[in-house]
Design a protein around this ligand. Structure first.
Ligand SMILES: *Cc1c(COP(=O)(O)O)cnc(C)c1O
Length: 373
């Protein structure tokens, strides 16, 4: 197996999805699996579907196209408001997209009419994260405009929390969001099919004591992939946090004298030196660096310390005997590290635990992506 590589335990991703699906189901909430952190990897997406996700979502059309190219026919939603220049691709590959701009919706409608299709629109509402979203006071008006357009169909509304401002939603905010769902139906008439309450940061609310009201969907990426709740970083009870492992190879071992004074006045070096070893440090280097992942998002092997990293080298210190030259060192990753590693061209993705739980109608065309080990 080549290094560096990300090992993916598909069974754990399936189980994590199942766990969340089974906890949210009784509260009337379905799970949409978010694939952006794994760049729309088709087999990982399929593990989410096998675990009970009702559909997939991604922020980038390139990732959606990768899923479609692998033969996935399940519904895929674009959860970042489309680029005006990509309307054509979005109508082609996504059943539904999240939208905040009337001009974009108009372009999607025109494209859909040309293709003889109807594109689903979910209106993203700004509920306090201050990223993308229509202001609540403008929502009813925009919803009415969408209702009157041909080529598009209003499918629902969505909220998003904790992305830009890092704050988990409060019960009050979620109640306000549910009120908006009722208000839109009051104005527009039809039943809103999708009332999507947010992302993994909504889980404490969704599984907490408050009623979940009109919310019938959550879009979950981090919780499924890493088993953690993003705001606190805490492990979610009963979930696997080790579905992904980053493996890199040792290319140098031994000791180095303490850094010279010259190196220490170099601000770039100082910034990257995480742990300042005193005197002679026992250390080793693995062939992986900033170009491959977010080094600060890796958990170091037990007993070792991150000394520093450059674009292609990761220097680790340890008190005992370092691992031998040519051996492999294993790291767990946080969301940032995972996202970068999955997108890095020199990192191979190795899939483990790929025995399907049950035959799926979604498997055709994916065989080329499997690397059974
Ligand atoms: C990334 C994203 C998600 C998924 O977030 P997680 O924290 O990974 O669950 C959901 N919705 C939107 C709009 C996103 O951008």
């Amino acid at each position: 197996m080549s290094c560096p590589r990300v090992e993916v335990d598909l069974a754990k991703i399936r189980r994590n999805t199942q766990t969340l699906v089974s906890r949210l189901g009784p509260r009337g909430i379905s799970v949409t699996g978010v694939t952006k952190a794994v760049c729309g990897h088709p087999t990982i997406a399929r593990a989410m579907l096998e675990g009970g996700a009702v559909g997939l979502a991604d922020a980038r059309i390139t990732n959606v196209q990768r899923l479609r190219a692998a033969g996935l026919t399940d519904p895929i939603t674009l959860i970042r408001t489309p680029m005006l220049s990509q309307a054509d691709h979005i109508v082609q590959s996504c059943e539904t997209s999240y939208n905040t701009e009337m001009l974009v919706i108009t372009a999607l409608a025109a494209t859909a009419i040309r293709k003889g299709a109807v594109h689903g629109i979910v209106l993203m509402v700004e509920m306090g994260d201050q990223r993308d979203g229509i202001l609540p006071e403008n929502l009813a008006d925009i919803a009415q405009q969408v209702m009157q357009m041909s080529g598009v169909a209003l499918k629902g509304i969505s909220a998003n929390f904790a992305c830009l401002n890092g704050l988990a939603p409060t019960a009050l905010q979620m109640d306000a969001f549910c009120d908006l769902a009722n208000e839109i139906e009051g104005v527009c008439g039809p039943f809103l099919k999708i009332v999507s309450g947010g992302n993994s940061a909504n889980l404490p609310w969704a599984l907490g004591e408050h009623a979940t009201g009109r919310v019938n969907d959550l879009r979950l990426g981090e919780a499924i992939l890493l088993g953690v709740e993003p705001v606190s970083g805490d492990r979610i009870d009963g979930m696997y946090t080790d579905a992904f492992t980053l493996v890199a190879e040792v290319i140098e071992t031994g000791s180095k004298p303490a850094p010279s004074a010259i190196a220490l006045v170099n601000p770039t070096l100082a910034r990257r030196r995480i742990a300042q070893a005193s005197g002679v440090s026992k250390r080793f280097i693995v062939a992986m660096g900033h170009q491959d992942t977010d080094i600060l998002g890796l958990s170091m092997p037990v007993g070792s310390t991150l000394i520093g990293a450059t674009s292609d080298h990761l220097v680790i210190g340890m008190p005992g005997t370092p691992p031998p030259l040519g051996s492999e060192v294993r790291f767990h990753l946080n969301y940032n590290a995972l996202m970068h590693a999955m997108a890095a061209p020199d990192i191979e993705v190795t899939l483990l635990g790929n025995q399907s739980m049950r035959p799926s109608r979604h498997t055709q065309g994916e065989v080329g992506h499997l690397a059974l080990v």
